[in-house]
Design a protein around this ligand. Structure first.
Ligand code: 5AD
Ligand code: SF4
Length: 484
């Protein structure tokens, strides 16, 4: 399928819909005597988060305000992932909950979008069981959201806009309401060509397509001048970035690191086949590129990797991991692992445990295999019984928790720079942030460093040095020694 580059002129209807909707919401606000509000609920990866920031940007341009947590919004959008079945289950549960709100207020709009809309059964289920959902649209057509919203309000019947087209829309064409004032999510490429046999993403997000490097650089420079401290370069396969002019990921990474103002450059997700020594060398040579590599292993068994259509073996993977450990000695490696892929034997699983031990992952996202309709693995024989999967999963988790704890323990006694993310969710006088290696840190501010004029929120996005005092399974405790 051809890749369609969206230009400013292609967004005319979207722009005029936004103006029309601004007027509509402004009169609705006058008649209700209050602001009109939205709530975008996001389930999934950072690319989904980034899509949600665009939806929020468009809604804010139409004059809406984000609803406070205890208020039911006038527009509720569920932006939902399809990678595993549990996100969909959660969505259907939530749709049941909003039914009463929708019945109580006919002006309220409920929308569903995200990768899950590309699974036919999901859309059929919404049509049949949730007729009060006003609109359903796919992630490729995000830029047309204002048009869909206008049509849904005009037609007053459920609108379903799903079609698979591979658009590339530059960020400069769509308003973005960034969730965090220190972190900018910047997608550099979309889609995936890998067709790992368990994965729905290539069907949901289409083929790989990359943004223009010049556009990305303009966006990054603007973000740096606006005071963003951290940039996250995003793509389903971020390292397979290739612009129409032939520029590749290493060039983007180096150019981003060279922009003054960013203290942290992060990127995800990487595919082991695309993580070259060149990328690791660049990571090792710039002080503001995170010393953390997310390298999804999926399985440690060569036989299962082949069945998964992952074009590397255990040895290739370990070579990359060791190269990274050598070049970035204080760095961290995280991974994704699937347990219970069809045909996985106890021996295959033990191979996975072996690789996990050898790599000593600093953290890991571990998943039980979820059968996704439409993927090749869903039709494979020898699906693994649930009890076997959960038993193996438990063993993996036990090993990985131990490794994560050890990784945190190795920090104790050291002092490192932290980018402050805000107040900890557990205690108001504790701040939370991350090291350059992406370790999560909770820390206190000693009295002599406390600034009574600052609230916890004021620290968000600031850098400080923290001395680590105590390790936990998923985080490190510490105390601030210097605010920068
Ligand atoms: N079942 C379980 N985990 C999956 N992932 C992708 N598809 C599935 C599936 N069908 C995991 C992979 C991927 C991460 C984002 O989600 O580990 O790297
Ligand atoms: Fe899914 Fe594999 Fe593509 Fe990652 S590389 S998005 S796991 S198909």
């Amino acid at each position: 399928m051809a890749i369609i580059k969206v230009g400013k002129e292609d967004l005319r209807e979207s722009d005029s819909s936004m103006s029309e909707l601004s007027e509509y919401f402004s009169s609705l606000s006058a008649s209700k005597g209050r602001s009109i509000t939205y709530n975008v609920k996001t389930y999934g990866c950072q690319l989904n988060e980034s899509d949600s920031e665009k939806l929020c940007g468009m809604l804010e341009q139409m004059g809406l305000k984000e609803a406070s947590s205890d208020e039911t919004a006038d527009i509720i959008i569920f932006n939902t992932c399809a990678v595993r079945e549990n996100a969909e289950d959660r969505l259907f549960g939530n749709l049941g909950i909003v039914k009463a709100d929708k019945i109580n207020d006919k002006d309220r709009i409920v929308a569903v979008c995200g990768c899950m809309t590309m699974v036919e059964q999901n859309v059929e289920k919404i049509k049949k069981s949730f007729p009060y959902v006003d609109m359903v649209f796919d992630p490729q057509h995000l830029h047309l959201f204002p048009v869909y919203l206008r049509d849904a309000l005009r037609n007053k019947k459920q609108l379903v806009n799903i079609s698979a087209e591979d658009y590339i829309v530059e960020d400069s064409l769509v308003p973005i309401a960034r969730k965090r004032r220190f972190r900018a999510l910047v997608p550099i490429m979309y889609g995936c060509n890998n067709f790992c046999t368990y994965c729905i993403v290539p069907y949901a997000r289409g083929r790989e397509r990359s943004r223009d490097m010049e556009e990305i650089m303009d966006e990054l420079k603007k973000l740096a001048s606006e005071g963003y401290k951290e940039v996250m370069l995003l793509g389903q396969n971020v390292n397979s970035y290739r612009s129409s002019k032939g520029e590749r990921f290493p060039q983007i990474l180096e150019a981003a690191a060279g922009i003054e103002g960013f203290s942290r450059i992060r990127f995800m997700s990487s595919h082991p086949k695309d993580v070259s020594e060149e990328i690791v060398d660049i990571m090792a040579s710039y002080p503001n590129i995170e010393t953390h590599l997310h390298l999804p292993l999926q399985s440690g068994s060569d036989r299962i990797l082949k069945l998964m259509n992952r074009p590397y073996n255990r040895e290739d993977y370990l070579k990359t991991a060791h190269y990274f450990r050598d070049k970035v000695p204080h760095g961290a490696i995280s991974t994704d692992i699937i347990v219970g892929f069809p045909g996985e034997t106890e021996e295959d699983f033990l191979e996975t445990l072996k690789v996990v031990k050898e790599c000593g992952f600093d953290s890991a996202f571990t998943f039980q295999y979820s059968r996704r309709p439409g993927t090749k693995a869903a039709t494979m024989e020898d699906q693994i019984p649930h009890d076997v999967v959960t038993e193996r999963f438990g063993r993996l988790l036990e090993l990985q928790n131990d490794l994560a704890y050890k990784s945190n323990l190795a920090k104790v006694g050291k002092t490192e720079e932290i980018l402050i993310e805000g107040q900890s969710s557990t205690a108001p006088d504790i701040l939370t942030g991350r090291t350059l290696s992406n370790h999560l840190v909770n820390f206190t501010i000693p009295d002599e460093l406390k600034d009574p004029s600052k609230t916890s929120d004021d620290y968000e996005g600031m850098l400080c040095d923290v001395e680590f005092t105590h390790a936990r399974p998923y985080s490190v405790d510490g105390k601030m020694v210097r605010l920068k």
